[in-house]
Design a protein around this ligand. Structure first.
Ligand code: AMP
Length: 488
């Protein structure tokens, strides 16, 4: 195995395990320049993780790895890095994690040498029993290199008593609980797997290839395909394991049938709007949420203004449904990172100012309906409402294209602890006052489900994982019993 030079050195600080990670994954089986294609795919998935990126390739003899801290464009900026990643098979990963664990040793894909050869894994999601599994693996002598929950896959595979790679992989899957969309690479195959509820997305695509062998792509979202010149084939099903090798593709379903619970917040905010998930366009879904919001919480106003970029599709839907003109009253700078990822509250405040500025022409002397996708801590909304007023708006009515976020996510979306969620500690009226809006309304849970083609939210069997809004956690939070007790 060749380790490419890292441009950040790896210093180990002992830290508590942190399990809040947002990620994007890519897998490629077989094409020329797999590493450059993987980098293109990761670039299109940059919104899923901006702190670190990595690619592992296999050239039929050796595995090669490069991982680094930063954006994809930074980590793979030097063309020599890609040329040091030869081979037609690759997996890649983008990662965003809370500050404590931003260290090179946590950057994926993770790689291990096994009796059967090298094996690399990239994971999107969060396991809810990783700490418990880790304790028993450590007792059995496994030495953990990182503090990510994903590393338990590597050790479970290593200690499995099964013979074949795929049997060991499934053995590992059967022991973990939580949300996972995985890609893994051995010398003989590319594997893709999705947890039984299909909480995080994962799709299959095809690259143009010289027959007879097919070139396959696995990606978190369809938006990666276009940039790789690949075609969409289908979603990987919840609970499905897809095995791709030189003979082709086969699918196994090692789990008994459960009803799926895809993450509704992917439609609200997280996925890229040009992605199609489970036959539903994210962009259309967001517009429909905006239309529901207009129906549920109408208000007389002169303009509908999105908080860019996250509020744009919902604002388009709200404007169309309410027949109030859509205006770009706030302009977003694309040259600074997401405010959300800045570590301290002070910097977060500063970040919002750097990121957004007002377009007075569209706001002065206007009654404004301001649309955003969600309120987490409330920092963004408070700052933006202040800015819109300072630009001369006579009224500011805030409409949010999701229900109040009252519960932390333990399945792979980074949310702060519950105490920091404004909607957990405040009523809507208290939030309105704190944010300084003339009125504040959230789309209802049923409205959100209607936007996604359901009649309403089926309380007994909701179609989606909506735990961040409802506290209905579909996968037991084994490592988080204390937090579960708190929310119930
Ligand atoms: P806040 O200032 O904490 O209320 O941030 C709310 C904004 O952050 C929302 O309008 C979203 O655009 C964005 N956001 C929501 N959830 C996340 C997340 N998990 N990661 C990054 N950004 C987020």
């Amino acid at each position: 195995m060749n380790y490419s030079p890292h441009h950040h050195c790896d210093s180990f600080v002992l830290e508590e395990d942190r399990f809040h990670e947002e990620c994007g994954v890519i897998g490629i089986w077989t094409t020329q320049d797999a590493a450059s294609l993987a980098a293109l795919g990761l670039h299109a998935l940059q919104h899923r993780g901006q702190e670190a990126s990595g690619i592992v390739t296999f050239d039929n003899h050796n595995f090669h790895v490069h991982r680094g801290l930063g954006l994809v464009g930074e980590v793979f900026a030097d063309p020599r890095i890609i040329s040091n990643l030869p081979g037609g098979k690759a997996i890649g990963h983008n990662r965003y994690a809370t500050t404590g664990s931003t260290q090179l040793r946590n950057v994926q894909p993770l790689y291990g040498d096994f009796e059967f050869g090298g094996f690399a894994v990239a994971h999107n999601g969060n396991l809810t029993n990783a700490q418990r599994l880790k304790q028993s693996l450590v007792r059995r002598g496994c030495l953990f290199q990182s503090s990510t929950d994903s590393e338990v896959f590597i050790h479970l595979i290593a200690v499995s008593l099964y013979d074949t790679v795929i049997d060991r992989f499934i053995d590992a899957l059967k022991q973990v609980q939580g949300a996972y969309s995985l890609v893994a690479l051995s010398k003989n195959m590319l594997i893709a797997a999705r947890d039984p509820l299909g909480v995080r997305p994962l799709i299959l695509g095809k690259l143009p290839s010289i027959e007879p062998s097919q070139s396959w792509v696995i990606a978190s979202e369809t938006c990666a395909l276009l940039s790789m010149g690949a075609e969409f084939v289908r979603d990987i099903e919840p609970g499905e394991v897809v095995i791709i090798n030189d003979e082709g593709l086969r699918s196994i379903k090692p789990f008994s049938c459960t009803s799926k619970r895809f993450c509704i917040f992917e439609y609200v905010y997280f996925a890229r709007p040009d992605s199609i998930i489970d036959n539903t366009s994210v962009y259309d879904a967001r517009k429909r949420i905006g239309a529901e919001l207009a129906q549920e919480s109408p208000i007389d106003a002169d303009v509908v203004v999105p908080v860019p970029d996250s509020g744009v599709p919902a604002a388009l839907g709200y404007a169309a449904a309410s027949h109030i003109p859509f205006e770009l009253g706030i302009i977003r700078s694309h040259y600074i990172g997401r405010t959300f990822i800045e570590p301290t509250d002070q910097i977060r405040h500063l970040g919002v100012k750097l990121k957004h500025s007002t377009n007075r022409v569209a706001l002065k002397d206007k009654k404004v309906i301001l649309i955003d996708d969600s309120i987490v801590r409330g920092t963004t909304s408070k700052k933006i409402v202040e800015m819109v007023r300072a630009a001369g708006a006579t009224e500011v009515h805030l409409r949010i294209a999701s229900p109040p976020t009252k519960f932390s996510c333990f399945y792979g979306i980074d949310t702060p602890t519950q105490e920091k969620l404004l909607a957990y500690t405040h009523t809507t009226e208290d939030m309105r006052q704190l944010i300084g809006a003339d009125s504040l309304a959230f789309v209802s849970e049923d409205g959100l489900y209607r936007a996604l083609g359901e009649k309403s939210r089926n309380k007994k069997q909701p179609k989606y994982c909506d735990a961040c809004f409802t506290g209905d956690y579909p996968i037991p939070l084994i490592d988080h019993d204390a937090s579960l007790a708190k929310v119930k």
